[in-house]
Write a new protein. Sequence first.
Length: 233
Amino acid sequence: MKAVILAAGKGSRLKNVGLSLPKPMIKFKGKPILEHNIDLCKSFGIKEIFINTHHLADKIKNYFGDGSKFGVNITYSYESFLIGTAGALNNFRIFLNQTPFFVIYGDNYHQFDLMALVNKQKETEAIAIIGFHWKEDVTESGVAEFDDNGKILKFIEKPKYGETTSKWVNAGIYYLHPKILDFIPEGFSDFGRDIFPKLIENNIPLFGVFYYKELYSFDTPDQLIKNKGNYET
């Protein structure tokens, strides 16, 4: 199995704390969040890993190298300008066009059961299986509504207050069939804003898998302090 771990974001909302690292390199529980995600992949037998980079890319590459120290093989891409969570896959198309693969947002910490997504895809043969976690305030997240079988009926990126009653938000963990590459255009595109809504609009089934433990994110100074992330070099 293969995984793309997204690690190109700037962490713009953290600039006021003097962040001198790429956000996925923030330390949590003693090591970078990105390393936790690589360890998670390895624990499920995923050793072919693709990482996109942009902001302070050398700090990621110098730490992880080719991945051999961590028991995996890493292939990098460098984005001179950001091309979005979905657009990032374009630089790895040649490696992803044969079998289903994971996409994992590299700046979140969680212990998601990745096989739950694999099993859901085998059961449904859906083009995309999306991991979700519960969050009381959904206004800064992608949120979905479902039928009783977990089929996604609606996907809303950063909904306005009262726009949905769902509290299940995008956990940044996907298991995708290579056919999804046909829906990703050249240039910038985002899964939550562009790709998932387009698939639903075209009646292409997407399904969710639900994570009932806490997911730790580090998007704002408040979250960084609350979750005790170490952002110093």
